[in-house]
Design a protein around this ligand. Structure first.
Ligand code: HEC
Ligand code: HEC
Length: 512
């Protein structure tokens, strides 16, 4: 269906190797191409394409619309921002004090931050669109709605590259854990004895699950995930299962662009005089756009492809040494170098029932709104990712955005993470336990792209990679100790290895 691209004939990439000049050039090119892409789409329009057998067209259209939505600077007419009180539309500071009707504290659903910005890309912008954020783009939230500054939490903007693969890994890991659950119950019931089984998924240890002979479960020894045994890859605290759930909340909280699936149709939940600000189809498009972001890459890989200057032998040796030091100092026990996906097809809605909505937050039946797992938008993370297609002088193409294939059709995901939560110690604790998972408990941050995304840690307190490591406490204190005890050369090697992990987006691309 390649030549069936309705909306944008060829290039759709945002930013080049990131000289200022390249950036400007690519943006003007980008703007002219975006003209033909509609800003909104209905789920019905996407479903029509699927019904006609044009899966690829549905994917590409959703990607393109999602791309536009992600970077569009919404206006008051679109419904951006909210009536937060005092005649204002945006606020970087949570305003639970503004609590008269339709003011900040009375929005439906309840607001925890913002509205902060006119577009997603304002924050996800470093070193280019879909990237991370600088300190000024931190998000200040008031989860308890107290209006007390001491109850606010401060979160740094992460990049969203590769997030589709993270959701797929979580889906497969949860499916594995569910088999342990079913097995434990079956064994306990048939033997009449209590059964205690290790919860392991893709080699990551999530503690122990106990089943009693009456079929009841004891999850008190489960580690790093909730008792529901679902791996949650989204947010610094690893508390959200899927991209859709996060994106619609971000639209509401960050932008004040309210999706109908969280307000209900015709409902002006934020008092700005505009209803139905984002359709179900719009949110699907944003999910597809995010899930199909390219995988992060390495400077080594880029230099081999001639996209950056060649690395010196000394640099390569240092990176290789750093990789070994990373393992030797225990970093890899949490920051797993890679996890493997058995099935690299991403599907929206998800094929895993716990990674799609049973009902939308506003109460609608997703099926009645056209969100049908039998008729989903699908794409292959090892074949279809639209970004970072490099055309070589001899005309051959490298699809650098795609994940690497395994011999049996799976995908290698070099995330440097384990999708598990860890206690990082009192030093990193937040003032509020936002989700009941512990003030100092965070998801192992994936380190892919980390060379491009300073500042670091959930609140951006670390300005360098060495500082980020030095803030590791709790379950990671021993590893930090090992790092601090290293010889200077080994410390430098480890940092060089981390700096090798970068984000890349290029415009040197021709179609697909
Ligand atoms: C004010 C800055 C800001 C804006 C605007 C913003 N984000 Fe974010 N984004 C963040 C922060 C901060 C986080 C981390 C939140 C957390 O984990 O607590 C985040 C996290 C995310 C994540 C999850 C990444 C992960 O690995 O867990 C996604 C996806 C995302 N944003 C998408 C969007 C979309 C889509 C929009 C526009 C509708 C948007 N963001 C607008 C700051 C922003
Ligand atoms: C017990 C698990 C664990 C171990 C061991 C561990 N980390 Fe981490 N790491 C985490 C968690 C969890 C976070 C996120 C903490 C936060 O945001 O406050 C993190 C964050 C980071 C970050 C910041 C990433 C970013 O994008 O902000 C870096 C860099 C990092 N770790 C490197 C290392 C290195 C190097 C080692 C070995 C010396 C190591 N870590 C050992 C769990 C671990």
């Amino acid at each position: 269906m390649k030549n069936n691209r309705l909306l944008k004939p060829s290039l759709h990439l945002v930013c080049a190797g990131c000289t200022a000049l390249g950036l400007l050039g690519s943006l003007s090119l980008f703007a002219s191409e975006m003209k033909n892409t509609p800003l909104h789409i209905s789920q019905g329009q996407l479903n029509e394409m699927i019904d006609e057998g044009a899966q690829a067209q549905a994917f590409e259209t959703a990607f393109d619309v999602g791309d536009r939505l992600f970077e569009h600077r919404f206006s008051a007419r679109d419904g951006v921002g909210a009536n937060i009180g005092n005649g204002q539309r945006f606020s970087l500071v949570p305003r639970a004090d503004l609590d008269a009707e339709n003011q900040w504290a009375s929005h439906i659903p309840r607001r925890v931050t913002g509205p902060n910005a006119q577009s997603c890309n304002v924050c996800h912008s470093t070193p280019f669109g879909d990237g991370a954020g600088r300190a000024v783009m931190n998000n200040i939230r008031d989860p308890k709605h107290t209006g007390q500054v001491s109850d606010f939490i401060n979160r740094q903007t992460p990049h969203i590259f590769g997030i589709g693969a993270l959701q797929r890994l979580a889906e497969e890991m949860s499916a594995e854990l569910d088999i342990v659950r079913v097995t434990a119950i079956a064994q306990a019931q048939s033997s009449g004895q209590t059964v205690r089984l290790p919860l392991v998924a893709k080699g990551v240890d999530f503690g122990l699950l106990t089943a009693h002979s009456d079929g009841s479960l004891d999850a008190s020894e489960v580690a790093g995930i909730d008792p529901d045994l679902l791996v949650k890859p989204v947010e610094w605290k690893g508390i959200t299962t899927n991209i859709r759930a996060f994106v619609r909340d971000a639209s509401h909280n960050e932008l004040g662009m309210q999706p109908v699936e969280i307000t209900g149709k015709g409902v002006d939940g934020d008092g700005d005089g505009v209803v139905d600000e984002l359709s179900v189809g719009d949110i699907t498009a944003m999910v597809i756009y995010q899930a199909a972001q390219p995988r992060p890459t390495t400077r080594e890989e880029l230099s081999k492809l001639g996209l950056i200057d060649p690395l010196s032998t000394r640099e390569i040796r240092r990176i290789t040494r750093g990789e070994q030091v990373f393992v030797d100092t225990g970093c890899e026990s949490c920051h797993r170098a890679q996890l493997t996906l058995n099935d690299p097809v991403f599907s929206e809605p998800s094929r895993h029932p716990d990674y799609r909505d049973k009902t939308f937050p506003a109460g609608q039946d997703p099926l009645a709104e056209g969100i049908d797992p039998q008729n989903s938008i699908r794409f292959n993370l090892t074949e279809d990712l639209p970004d970072n297609i490099i055309e070589h002088k001899n005309g051959t193409l490298t699809r650098l955005g795609n994940f690497e294939k395994t011999a049996n059709g799976g995908a290698i995901v070099r995330l440097f993470g384990d999708l598990k939560r860890h206690d990082m110690g009192a030093g990193l604790a937040e003032s509020v336990d936002e989700a009941g998972t512990g003030e100092s408990t965070f998801l192992t941050k994936e380190l892919w792209g980390v060379g491009s995304t300073a500042p670091y840690l959930h609140d951006g307190r670390a300005t360098t990679l060495a500082e980020a490591i030095d803030f590791h406490g709790g379950d990671s204190a021993a590893s930090r100790g090992q790092f601090n005890a290293l010889a200077e050369a080994d410390k430098r090697a480890l940092i060089a290895f981390l700096k090798n992990q970068v984000l890349y987006k290029t415009r040197e691309v021709v179609g697909r």
